[in-house]
Design a protein around this ligand. Structure first.
Ligand SMILES: Nc1nc2c(c(=O)[nH]1)N[C@H]1C(S)=C(S)[C@@H](COP(=O)(O)OP(=O)(O)OC[C@H]3O[C@@H](n4cnc5c(=O)[nH]c(N)nc54)[C@H](O)[C@@H]3O)O[C@H]1N2
Ligand SMILES: Nc1nc2c(c(=O)[nH]1)N[C@H]1C(S)=C(S)[C@@H](COP(=O)(O)OP(=O)(O)OC[C@H]3O[C@@H](n4cnc5c(=O)[nH]c(N)nc54)[C@H](O)[C@@H]3O)O[C@H]1N2
Ligand code: SF4
Ligand code: SF4
Ligand SMILES: [Mo]
Length: 907
């Protein structure tokens, strides 16, 4: 961030007067003012290197030639950028580089080096002084990475890749081996595949020559044939990275990071290389009807006929509350808005929900109760300016990789990161301290931190008096509730040493700006709401809200889980979190939608977890699941399958045949993100455009078209012609979005709330007050989990994610490079347990819980402690949810996914 004290000064370049900020990079200023000094190693995102020396200039008062990239603007600077001597020097440098360079070119990349050779008339070898010697130098080619190829004979040793890896992504995997002319890039200690490179591809994006290029996936890129590059939003996680899709022959052939917020050009391995699924042969292309256990292809008309008939029959016979709708955090805002509108206005039920229930439901419940808003209050890049950061129950390097680049950056700048997680996550390497607590004991741990903060007088009395309901009196109650959680007692419960508890409490309590990042480890617990309530208590008493670099920040998971919630695909609220039990609001929606007020159900609907239970009990009879895979993702898979099998009529709308779709009566082929227009909301409430890049396969249809058509079959007259029509209607009934239009977010997203067309959007929430006015301190009570390891089931199983696979892997397993990194299921087990049980690394075992059993190969890993196991829930052949139990948090109804007692048996 630029300092306020910077002043404008005047400099001269080749006689031209230029105004610039003092301290700005000279080469950058020259380029911005149309003085095109050649350069290769310099890149505006990187610190200057001064390696290629092409950008040499003469500066009055400085002896000899000096590189402009390592000089900075100051008053009166007088620079010569072009004269014969400088140009000759540059030509000689380029000529020398060319002699060591392999010019074979597969046409798949832009080559900045070649462009400079053209500019200096050196393309033709006859115009060069130095003979070509690259063949004699015997440069290696490294093809070992699943995503890229490095050819040292095309490398000009500019350092850009090394710095991209280090300074932008914070990974520091690359370096040079050898010195001088034979130097080349190595990853780790040798080849790419064996290094810690995680395939984000930042180096490819910044390499000026094509020495590092991506492997061809859907089709080989031919730069001359790329028809267009379309800016859109990544479909995987909630960071909401902006990317450019390169389209050739109607197919996505490459993805590059777009230089917009929130990612500023960065991507992770999924965003960059995970697009092959769009074009995959397994895509659903025709509606399917299940007749006696076999699917038959059919026409849309026939599928719609059946849905219309069954919906009407059930509505007549059992009424609206016999219906349940799963909306989708993979789909656009427009689609989610229509799904909730369908449930409420066409059927007349509030039983609409989505995967948020399985995700941050408890976080949202806790935040609503204490501060009145369940969303992330600050913006992703703000992690860069915090003083102390607690990352609790979140594994951002694998699950929000681009947000994690900001976190790694602060770690490097001296900010203390504290990781609180039973598993050793990759962030531990960057952290000041790792608190490894026993799973499920967070309430006690946080109470311990609060205990110390209060004892040591590190509370912010001003903040408590002005921003907390009941002021210091309320603190007294909190104090009483944490009295017994002395560091010693908390060490006994959690296994974290008392010294570490005191140290972290002091660090957090003393920090000027302290921030907390929270994730699934906190929320997916039978005490999820209490966990996050505790965090908010801690932040409230230390005044860590409403300023940049503070807050309790839930990283939202899916690409559009924020939007699906904002659009009211929840059992209790319409779009904009407007309560369904509030008569005034129901009247507004009835009016806005042009339906009789009586059609809207005044009672809360069923949550996703309750819908499945009610299907099991025979109360919910019809379900429509759009873009979710509950068989794989709901807890207790056997129970879920039984429940769904008991339905009278089950519709699944997906882009692939999934284990859930297998149980359906009708399967509708939908559109993937790259095939439709619309918007997503990312984790920091940024409304971002999604754009159509390619055509849908076969007869597939956009999700919003399908919902509209079925609504019309049910007797409504929905006239939406394009997603923008839906968005514009949504704005009229949703005050927080009222000021946002497609036009305004054409270039950059806007963060809601944005109530008017003039409003600039809201990067930071809670500056002067909370949505409920003052914050509330709510004491929490630690309770041990009901299911603990015992003699029969001695291990504690933790489930979650890996970087390369996404949820039920319908998309990532159909993207070759992602699948090459982690193709199959694995169970992480501590080496001591592996040898104690007489097992071998890679051996397939039986993993059993009280709910069911699976087989899975074990992976020896020091990341989990003795008695602990970790299993990703991505893999159909070893489904984690066969083992989990649907114990749910009483307030938020989220299942406990992170702790199941298990037994490991030799096969
Ligand atoms: N690559 C990839 N990225 C993803 C996803 C994906 O499937 N793949 N999914 C997206 C979605 S929807 C979501 S919600 C996010 C989730 O992102 P995260 O919240 O980072 O996800 P998890 O890996 O489920 O769990 C986080 C951590 O909680 C820890 N944990 C387990 N038990 C406890 C406990 O008792 N206490 C504490 N404090 N921690 C515990 C786990 O060890 C794990 O490291 O990721 C999103 N991003
Ligand atoms: N054991 C265990 N279970 C968990 C978790 C855990 O940590 N451990 N985490 C939970 C969490 S946080 C979450 S968010 C849930 C996720 O649960 P789900 O949402 O059920 O999981 P996904 O695999 O993301 O399902 C999305 C489906 O949408 C399809 N799809 C993709 N794009 C589109 C589209 O544009 N249109 C349509 N119609 N379909 C599309 C995909 O093919 C896929 O089948 O899982 C939960 N389950
Ligand atoms: S691989 Fe590319 S970016 Fe890296 S040093 Fe060589 S030319 Fe520069
Ligand atoms: S960090 Fe998330 S949004 Fe960004 S590229 Fe990776 S998966 Fe996509
Ligand atoms: Mo999630």
């Amino acid at each position: 961030m630029k300092s306020q004290t910077m002043k404008m000064v005047t400099i001269k370049i080749d006689g031209k007067k230029i105004k610039a900020l003092e301290g700005e990079n000279l080469l950058k200023v020259a380029k911005e003012n149309g003085i095109n000094i050649p350069s290769l190693c310099w890149h505006e995102k990187l610190s200057p290197t001064g390696a290629c020396r092409l950008c040499v200039v003469k500066i009055e008062g400085v002896r000899g030639l000096t590189t402009s990239c390592t000089n900075y603007v100051k008053e009166g600077l007088d620079v010569v950028a072009f004269d014969d001597e400088l140009e000759n020097e540059r030509k000689t440098i380029l000529d020398l580089l060319a002699s060591e360079h392999n010019f074979e070119d597969d046409g798949s990349y832009d080559d900045e080096f070649k462009a400079l050779l053209e500019r200096y008339n050196l393309i033709d070898p006859k115009h060069r002084k130095f003979p070509s010697i690259w063949k004699e130098l015997g440069y290696p080619v490294d093809k070992s990475s699943p995503v890229l190829t490095y050819d040292a004979s095309k490398c000009i040793k500019c350092f850009r890749c090394i710095k991209a890896c280090d300074e932008i992504q914070g990974k520091n995997v690359l370096s040079f081996t050898n010195r001088g002319i034979t130097a080349y890039i190595v990853a780790g200690l040798g080849v790419w595949k064996e290094s810690e490179c995680d395939g984000c591809g930042e180096c490819i994006q910044l390499c000026p020559t094509g020495a590092i290029i991506e492997k061809p996936f859907t089709k080989k890129v031919d730069i001359g044939k790329v028809e267009k590059k379309i800016k859109t939003t990544c479909t995987y996680c909630g960071v909401g990275c902006q990317l450019d899709m390169w389209i050739q022959d109607g197919t996505i052939v490459r993805t590059t990071g777009n230089n917009a917020m929130p990612n500023m050009g960065r991507l992770c391995v999924k965003g960059r290389f995970g697009y092959e699924f769009v074009n995959h042969r397994d895509r659903l292309t025709k509606p399917l009807i299940n007749k006696n256990g076999k699917f038959h292809e059919t026409s849309w008309e026939e599928a719609y006929d059946l849905i219309q008939k069954k919906f009407k029959e059930n509505l007549d016979k059992y009424g609206p509350r016999s219906f349940g709708f799963f909306s989708s955090a993979k789909c656009t805002n427009e689609e989610n808005y229509l799904m909730m509108k369908f449930a409420r206005s066409v059927i007349g039920t509030n039983s609409v929900d989505h995967c948020s229930r399985l995700c941050h439901a408890s976080t949202v419940t806790a935040m609503k109760k204490t501060i009145g808003s369940g969303v992330m209050g600050s913006s992703v890049p703000e992690f860069e300016i915090t003083d102390v950061l607690i990352v609790i129950g979140s594994n951002p390097i694998e699950t929000h990789p681009v947000s994690a680049t900001y976190v790694k950056k602060v770690a490097r700048n001296g900010t203390k990161i504290i990781v609180v997680d039973p598993k050793k996550t990759p962030l531990v390497k960057y952290s000041y301290k790792w608190l490894k607590q026993k799973g499920g004991t967070d309430v006690a741990l946080i109470s311990g931190l609060i205990h110390v903060v209060i004892k040591k007088g590190l509370i912010d009395e001003n903040f408590i008096n002005s921003r907390v309901e009941g002021g210091m009196k309320s603190l007294e109650e909190l104090k009483k509730s944490v009295e017994m959680y002395t560091p010693e007692y908390v060490e006994y419960i959690t296994g974290v040493s008392k010294d570490d508890i005191i140290d972290v409490a002091l660090l957090y309590g003393n920090a000027e700006k302290a921030s907390i990042v929270t994730g699934m480890g906190m929320s997916q617990s039978a005490h999820g709401t209490a966990n996050v309530t505790g965090l908010i208590n801690l932040a409230l008493i230390t005044g860590n809200f409403g300023r940049e670099g503070t807050g309790v920040n839930p990283l939202r998971g899916q690409n559009n889980v924020q939007g699906a919630s904002d659009m009211g695909a929840l059992y209790n609220v319409f779009s904009g979190y407007q309560s369904v039990t509030d008569e005034t609001i129901r009247r507004q929606f009835a009016k806005g939608w042009g339906i009789p007020y009586e059609k809207l159900d005044p009672e809360l609907g069923l949550s996703a977890t309750e819908m499945t239970r009610s299907a099991y009990d025979g109360k919910v009879k019809v379900m429509w699941v759009m873009g979710e895979n509950p068989v794989m993702t709901d807890p207790d898979m056997k129970h879920t399958i039984k429940a769904l099998n008991r339905l009278d009529f089950f519709v699944v709308q997906d882009i692939f045949m999934t284990p859930s779709a297998e149980l359906a009566d009708v399967v509708l082929p939908a559109s993937a993100f790259a095939e439709k227009e619309g918007t997503f909301c990312n984790t920091d409430r940024r409304v971002l455009r999604v754009r159509k890049c390619v055509e849908m396969p076969g007869d597939a249809r956009e999700d919003w078209v399908i919902i509209r058509d079925i609504a019309n079959r049910m007797g409504h007259e929905w006239k939406y012609q394009e997603p923008m029509d839906i968005f514009n209607q949504m704005r009229t009934v949703t005050p927080t979005f009222a000021g946002i239009s497609y036009e305004r977010i054409e270039e950059e997203g806007l963060q809601w709330p944005c109530p008017t067309e003039e409003h600039p959007g809201t990067p930071l929430l809670h500056i002067d007050s909370f949505p409920i006015g003052k914050g509330r301190l709510v004491p929490t009570e630690y309770e041990a989990d009901e299911e603990q390891p015992d003699n029969d089931y001695p291990f504690m199983l933790n489930t979650g994610r890996t970087l390369y696979q996404y949820h039920t892997a319908t998309m990532t397993r159909r993207s070759t490079p992602l699948n090459e990194y982690i193709p199959d299921a694995f169970l992480e087990m501590n080496p001591d347990d592996v040898s104690r049980l007489n097992l071998k690394n890679g051996e397939k075992v039986k993993l059993k819980s009280r709910r069911g059993e699976i087989t899975v190969p074990i992976k020896e890993s020091g990341n989990v402690g003795v008695g602990e196991l970790f299993l990703p829930f991505h893999f159909e052949e070893s489904p984690a949810n066969m083992l989990t139990k649907d114990i749910i948090d009483p307030e938020s109804k989220i299942p406990r996914y992170k702790q199941s007692a298990c037994r490991v048996e030799k096969l």
